[in-house]
Design a protein around this ligand. Sequence first.
Ligand code: SF4
Length: 440
Amino acid sequence: MIDTPCILTDHLRNPGLLSLDGYQKAGGFAALSKAVKSLGRAGVLDQIRISGLRGRGGSVFPSSQRWSAVARAPCDEKFILMNGEEGGPGGFKDRMLLDGTPFLILEGVILSGFAVGAGYGFCLIRRDFGEAISSFKLAAKALREAGLLGQDILGSGYSFDISVVTGAGMFSAGEETALLESLEGRRGNPRPTPATRFEHGFRGKPTLLASAETFANIPFIVKNGGEWFSQIGLSTNPGTRLFSVSGHIAKPGVYEAPLGTPISRLLEMAGGAREGEEIVAVLPGGVVSGFIPKEKFSVGLDQEALLKEGSNLGLGAVIVFSNRCCFVNVAQCLAAFLEQESCGHCTPCREGTKKLHEILSDIGSLRRKSGESRRGQCREVQAPRPFELLEPLLESIAAASACGFGRSAGLAVSSAMRLFPEEFAAHFQRQECPKRVCWG
Ligand code: SF4
């Protein structure tokens, strides 16, 4: 393993990355030149395969399988789709790239288009990322004027152009097939995923879809070689990854670390606990991942390792929780978010997240009813047991929802119930909040 480089954050330290001249001074477009002049399409695909790169969005799917599937598809019209629809609590690492280095992402998009034989690409950026949308439009114009986008790129005979489009701005609309629906002018509801999802994308044509961070790694892989990249991080999941760290942490922000870095190390990088607090749990993949308790902070930030702990790497949004948190209150907030962000397309997710929010919000009214009955010497209110109500509901949402959002929606609440049963029991059975967050 080579000494840990910070691939993307080191690049972001270069000055002037918002101008083509500044980006080229930082080594920009050396990879594209190498690709069209010497490597060729097969060479680029080969370097991506050797690198072992996996997607930096939620799926962690091996990138070479996507790139190769689209490259092999027997169709004259192919597309690239860059997913810049980042959102949800704690997710802000793609925004740093979109705002800070549009030319790097665009170089990755053009290189990928060249490798798979696509003639057109879309950079879909969340509608409230106004600065990034403007930067991408200006960057595309500068690239066309410089002969790096449009007809006959760098005299290679390869032609490729892009459009910058605005996304729906909903968390569930960031799901891959929902993005395709938005792009085709329909409501951003996820599609039932076909087995050949890469070959049937935009307008039913082969479409290579990846996140901003995934595309940002491509120029480095082509320039430095897949072998170089494969030696960083884990052999099963190489490279570094950006993590947006937020919540009860001394220095919230975006940090880059090799895949497999222990959670404890990332928390150290972010300054550790705030004064007078102790970190007791994290959500390593944002609101659609499961809680990892402090006893498991030696677990590496890697999809396989986190799946074994009932969580996932998700979008790299690491949300930190201290001993001051009431996890029933956290579960209520998560349920409110899930209900609001469910696109409503399928019943288990739409009605299940609504019911989940209702049950968790009900605790407040249970407390009031119980207090009233004691004062009036009425019969004791029978408080429901949390596991009886919530577990079957969470299981049915996970089992019957149509897309990844619904299937992972209950992970955080179910893991909170498993890890902090005494807090749930206190609220549901005795109408008490041990942390005095819900009631004083
Ligand atoms: S699981 Fe939820 S977000 Fe996904 S399609 Fe169904 S309602 Fe929409």
